[in-house]
Design a protein around this ligand. Structure first.
Ligand code: BEZ
Ligand code: FE2
Length: 422
């Protein structure tokens, strides 16, 4: 089955011809052709085997978005966790974690995944701490890079922790498909023993899996790793009966040589650490709303850009956000980074939810070019974009309700009423 989507504007994310007007995207499970040639469009339109989907006067077609970092297991969370400071939030997570995780049952996962797809996201990077979300992810039409998380700083428990992690990883391999890709998440430099970090990186490298880690999210993390002091000290004494960090930030980073990791947050990364991440070919995952709600501050995108580090905007989980709507996250990012040129920032933000995370996670999506997966979305702008340089900014400001969402060329049902993602 071949489909042709017609649109006033096509954002291809192909640098050789990024914006096409009065154009068409033709696809089956893969993109066959993207064209603004009226004769070619006419030829497909006359072919009875092609389903033609007309656009409205201001329809935009672009690659499905990629939300590269969220925690589905916390999808029942709305108003229970403590916001305003990272440590306050972490203590509240310790207290509420079990209740919150058990409150998200099958229907909660299914509704959450459906609302993600309806908002224009076709691929997610889902960090799983327990494996409770595996069945829902595997049964969803969404593409899921399933990051099995490794966490534990206590060396006495290291073997048990690693065995449990490997069990979950193997379970995700059992559900592997053209929509579910097993991957590895190392929780953070303060919460994972260096021996475990090295074993996890080795495993990811030997099996060719994407790997990600939270890194330098909070000032407390910076202080604890640099000097073994600050607010993490009483936390570790209370919960882990330990008074010293398990390793340094530099040693942690050095474990990831050769795997092109995703580092989540990096708000408090030093200039030297950013240079190391750039040299490694790492990608920073930027979650501005989560950073704001947890009092972590604002990532210095100017520095990230100066080092030519690729960054991917993501929502993080409902444990630290009020929505998993990635267009909404982009609106916050556009307004928050007020020092950057509006039009260029908007273009970079759209890249940060399409081709950048696709490359970082090794996926054949994120661009509308022949041969890539047909993960394609369309929506309407409220009027004609009069200033072409602002096309990306207008998309971020006005993309609301999706007209169509296709994953591997297959249409996704979009509910008439917006779905609550709880
Ligand atoms: C740990 O398991 O070692 C840990 C978990 C959460 C925060 C810090 C450490
Ligand atoms: Fe996270």
């Amino acid at each position: 089955m071949v489909t042709m989507l017609l649109a006033r504007t096509v954002l291809t994310m192909d640098p050789t011809r990024p914006i096409l007007k009065d154009a068409a995207v033709i696809f089956d499970t893969k993109i066959i052709e993207v064209t603004d040639d009226p004769a070619v469009i006419e030829r497909y339109a006359r072919d009875r085997a092609v389903e033609v989907i007309e656009g409205g006067a201001h329809t935009v077609v672009m690659p499905g978005l990629i939300n590269s970092h969220l925690h589905l297991e916390f999808s029942a969370q709305r108003t229970e966790l403590d916001y305003g400071s990272f440590m306050g939030w972490l203590y509240s997570v310790m207290e509420k974690r079990e209740r919150l995780v058990s409150a998200c049952k099958e229907a909660c996962y299914t509704r959450t995944l459906e609302s993600i797809a309806a908002s224009g996201v076709t691929t997610i990077g889902a960090v799983s701490s327990y494996g409770f979300d595996l069945a829902a992810c595997a049964d969803s039409p969404l593409k899921v890079v399933y990051f099995n998380e490794l966490i534990g700083s206590n060396p006495a428990a290291a073997d048990m922790i690693f065995a449990d992690f490997v069990d979950r990883l193997e379970s995700s391999f059992e559900r592997m498909s053209d929509r579910l890709y097993p991957a590895v998440a190392v929780h953070s430099p303060y919460s994972v023993h260096p021996v475990l970090v090295r074993k996890a990186v080795h495993l990811a490298k030997s099996r060719g899996l994407p790997i990600g880690a939270h890194f330098m999210e909070s000032r407390s993390e910076r202080r604890w790793l640099d000097s073994g002091s600050g607010e993490f000290k009483p936390f570790f004494e209370q919960f882990l009966k330990s008074a010293t960090p398990v390793g340094s930030a530099a040693d942690f980073l050095s474990c990831f040589e050769g795997v092109k990791p995703l580092f989540i947050h990096g708000v408090h990364a030093s200039d030297e650490e950013l240079s190391t991440i750039a040299r490694m070919g790492g990608t920073l995952v930027h979650c501005p709303v989560s950073n704001r709600l947890l009092g972590c501050g604002r990532l210095n995108l100017e520095k990230v850009k100066n080092r030519e580090i690729g960054y991917a905007v993501a929502t993080d989980g409902l444990s630290s956000n009020y929505t998993l709507d990635l267009f909404s996250e982009l609106r916050h990012a556009l307004l928050m980074h007020e020092g950057l040129d509006l039009a260029l920032l908007a273009r970079d933000l759209i890249r940060s939810v399409t081709e950048i995370p696709a490359r970082a996670m090794g996926l054949h999506t994120g661009r509308l070019v022949a041969g890539r997966s047909a993960d394609v979305i369309s929506f309407d702008l409220p009027g004609e974009v009069e200033h072409e340089r602002l096309t990306y900014a207008q998309v971020i400001l006005h993309a609301q309700k999706m007209r169509t969402v296709f994953i591997e060329g297959e249409p996704i049902d979009i509910p008439k009423e917006p779905l609550d993602d709880r």
